[in-house]
Design a protein around this ligand. Structure first.
Ligand SMILES: [Zn+2]
Length: 127
């Protein structure tokens, strides 16, 4: 089941729409950071959502209409405990479908990948 995208900001008639897609959500936490005791203290799903909400506020104040693929801790599709390749593909497709349906001028997917400390790096994937 698809929860659908949401708009929680002021709508500007005639303004360009930007679609923000905070990665992961719900049972899909994405990358995680562990503290010195090994406890998870930061999950990608929460960070991407926080950044998306803040970015949405700033873009909206700047005069853009903004849509979010999610505005809470959930996935757009049913996502079981097992992340199968098919489930991940289905979730990604749901997000792309909503972005296409929104006819937004720009789609921004927000992710914070994790790597072993020895592999620290920044990555960008232009589409
Ligand atoms: Zn991610």
């Amino acid at each position: 089941m698809i929860n659908g995208s949401s708009s929680i900001f002021r709508s500007w008639p005639g303004a360009k729409t930007i679609y923000l897609d905070p990665g992961h959500g719900g049972i899909d936490s994405g990358a995680a950071h562990r503290d010195a005791q090994g406890h998870v203290d930061l999950e990608e799903k929460n960070l991407s959502l926080a950044v998306a909400k803040r970015l949405a506020e700033l873009l909206n104040v700047a005069g853009y209409n903004v849509l979010l693929s999610r505005d809470g801790d959930y996935t757009l599709t049913k996502f079981n405990a097992r992340e199968t390749r098919e489930r991940i593909k289905e979730e990604a497709q749901a997000r792309v479908d909503l972005a296409n349906d929104s006819r937004a001028a720009l789609y921004i997917a927000l992710h914070f990948n994790g790597y072993a400390p020895s592999l620290s790096k920044t990555a960008a994937w232009p589409c």
